[in-house]
Ligand binder design. Structure first.
Ligand SMILES: Nc1ncnc2c1ncn2[C@@H]1O[C@H](COP(=O)(O)OP(=O)(O)OP(=O)(O)O)[C@@H](O)[C@H]1O
Length: 581
């Protein structure tokens, strides 16, 4: 429990000082809770003395007492207020920074990180988990640390009057701390199970929502709901089991505090009957027995929360410590753009997807990459853009290893158009402008015209200001593709990677798009994955991939005369394109 408290304090970074100042306020707050009890005992003593005939209770004394009580209430209010202002906003401030920090880290990790980590895990880490720490982190500091500080302040007050009573309080607190430790251990065992159940529920929900179109198309509502129902049921069962686990320790924690409270009352009564303690003091001790453990009693609820916070911080640390792709790279401006693969070997997980691949694409030339499905064509493109790092060998652009360049300086030189287009849930204008944030409206319209988007954009209700749905879901595949080509055109990078970019374009637009692509690629270094024969035949170089290796390499003229995959591929394509209406 205290280990996690220490972690939260460390997590608050340069705001630690405010936490410590808050602890001091908390101490004085507790003193101002104890003072009225002590004053009441003193008042009672005066009343008894007065009754005995010693006239000690004048009107001035009554006013002093009243003034002191008001002073205590005000003191309590002031210190509670100061503590809250010092500590409570820290959680919100730190999580806001952490979100940006994690966002920056996620931007710079290799895409492999998202494969290895469950998407549900990452999503929950940056949304619900961080929100949990935001909401409960500082609350726990208040509940736990301030509870012990309060108890410590009151024990000091008790010790001032009677050492034995103070000792009983300390024993009660220590016993409860022991049971809380056991509870913490149990909770520690359960936290990852709870977390996993929660991640599974989130992952099942995402899967269910993502798969909705397929579910509807195949009318398999029942089957798809089964997964989500199972995840929710497991979540519920695990939570019930965990709660049951905690019951004995919770009871023992409360029991030890109650026994200590009863002990204080019994010992004060015995001391009073023996004449060692007077009645007002005994009443004061009894009142103390009610309030001294009040805050600590609630600490047991915090133990589970702290364990969840601990597991959450572990998870957030894993993301923050993720292998950032350009830890040692520099911002380099290239002056030429030859792309060289030197004996590149790469595996996404265990099995090699590329084996010893070497080729050179000279600046301002076009290389078409062809090959059967799964042969590694897209992987080559992903490695050029450094979405992943090679396992062996190197990739050079303009004689500079891509690993020596920062992501930003590398990607400044590359425009990519993928078959699977991703558009942001934003206006069309902003989606195109993403390629060059400083572009003027006129520039955007110009590229949109070249990419054959302008007409359909103007037919939309708000033209360029039309907001397109999630991932562009309100546009057709061809329209999305044309917007992504416009985006790439606007970026005007010297290297263009086209990964089956025309695959989802409707035939009537294909020629127009091809013209647009011809404009996009003017004077650039191009890597293109395509099945379109005309594009392949016109390429300066064709790289034929098979099973992660280069099977053939050369121009159309070279390869047409060789027996091999390329000739077989051409035959199939000729047949397919011959069928086109
Ligand atoms: N993110 C990934 N994680 C793990 N394996 C992957 C990943 N992406 C691709 N692969 C695997 O790597 C191999 C090569 O994939 P790649 O996408 O490069 O092939 P491709 O030639 O472009 O195929 P296609 O023509 O079907 O797009 C395939 O076996 C594929 O299953």
């Amino acid at each position: 429990m205290f280990k996690t408290i220490k972690r939260i304090i460390k997590w608050s970074g340069n705001r630690k000082k405010r936490l410590y100042i808050g602890f001091v306020y908390s101490f004085f707050n507790a003193i101002f809770i104890a003072l009225p009890i002590m004053a009441a005992a003193h008042g009672l003593n005066l009343i008894l003395e007065d009754k005995k005939g010693n006239s000690v209770l004048g009107i001035d004394v009554v006013f002093y007492m009243l003034g002191f009580m008001i002073f205590c209430v005000l003191g309590r209010f002031v210190f509670a207020y100061l503590r809250a202002t010092a500590q409570e906003s820290i959680g919100v401030e730190v999580t806001a920074e952490k979100r940006i920090q994690i966002g920056n880290t996620l931007k710079r990790v290799s895409l492999g990180f998202f494969n290895n980590q469950n998407t549900g895990q990452i999503t929950s880490a940056v949304t619900t988990d961080l929100a949990f720490v935001e909401m409960y982190g500082m609350k726990m500091i208040d509940t736990v640390v301030n509870a012990y500080i309060s108890a410590f302040a009151m024990v000091l007050c008790l010790a001032f009057y009677n050492g034995w009573i103070a000792l009983i309080s300390v024993i009660g607190i220590l016993c409860s701390a022991f049971f809380l430790k056991l509870l913490g251990k149990k909770s520690n065992e359960n936290a990852p199970i709870h977390q996993k159940a929660q991640d599974n529920m989130i992952a099942a929900t995402i899967e269910y929502l993502r798969g909705m179109p397929v579910v509807k198309a195949f009318k398999q509502d029942g089957i798809s709901k089964e997964g989500i129902r199972r995840a929710y049921k497991e979540g519920k069962d695990i939570n019930i089991k965990i709660e049951k686990n905690y019951v004995p320790y919770n009871c023992l924690h409360h029991f030890s505090l109650k026994i200590a409270a009863i002990g204080i009352v019994i010992v004060s009564s015995i001391l009073t009957t023996k004449g060692i303690m007077d009645i007002p003091m005994m009443i004061m001790m009894t009142i103390f027995s009610f309030v001294i453990f009040g805050h600590i009693e609630k600490v047991n609820d915090s133990v589970h929360v702290l364990e969840i916070i601990d597991a959450t911080l572990d998870k957030l640390d894993t993301i923050e410590e993720a292998n950032v792709i350009h830890k040692h790279s520099e911002d380099i401006a290239l002056d030429q753009y030859d792309i060289v693969f030197k004996e590149v070997t790469f595996a996404y997980e265990k099995n090699n997807v590329l084996n010893n691949v070497s080729f050179t694409i000279p600046q301002n030339t076009t290389a078409a990459i062809i090959g059967p499905s799964g042969s590694g064509k897209s992987t080559i493109c992903n490695l050029i853009a450094r979405f992943y790092d090679v396992n062996k060998g190197s990739i050079l652009i303009g004689d500079i290893d891509v690993q020596d360049m920062t992501y930003e300086s590398l990607l400044r030189n590359i425009s990519m158009v993928f078959q699977k287009v991703y558009l942001f849930n934003d206006t069309i204008l902003n989606n195109i402008q993403f390629g060059k944030p400083e572009a003027t409206f006129e520039e955007i319209v110009e590229v949109a015209k070249k990419a054959c988007c302008h007409n359909f954009i103007m037919n939309l209700p708000q033209g360029y200001d039309t907001v397109i749905g999630d991932a562009g879901s309100t546009l057709s595949g061809g329209e999305k593709q044309r917007i992504s080509i416009a985006r790439a055109m606007l970026k005007n990078a010297p290297i263009i990677i086209l990964d089956e970019a025309t695959a989802s374009i409707d035939p009537e637009n294909e020629d127009a798009i091809q013209r647009a692509i011809s404009e996009l690629v003017q004077g650039k270094t191009i890597i293109i994955i395509t099945h379109r024969m005309a594009t392949i035949q016109n390429a300066d170089q064709i790289i034929v991939m098979n099973n992660g290796q280069i099977e053939q390499k050369g121009t159309h003229k070279d390869l047409i005369n060789q027996e091999g995959i390329y000739r077989r591929f051409l035959k199939i394509r000729e047949k397919a394109e011959g069928w086109r209406i």
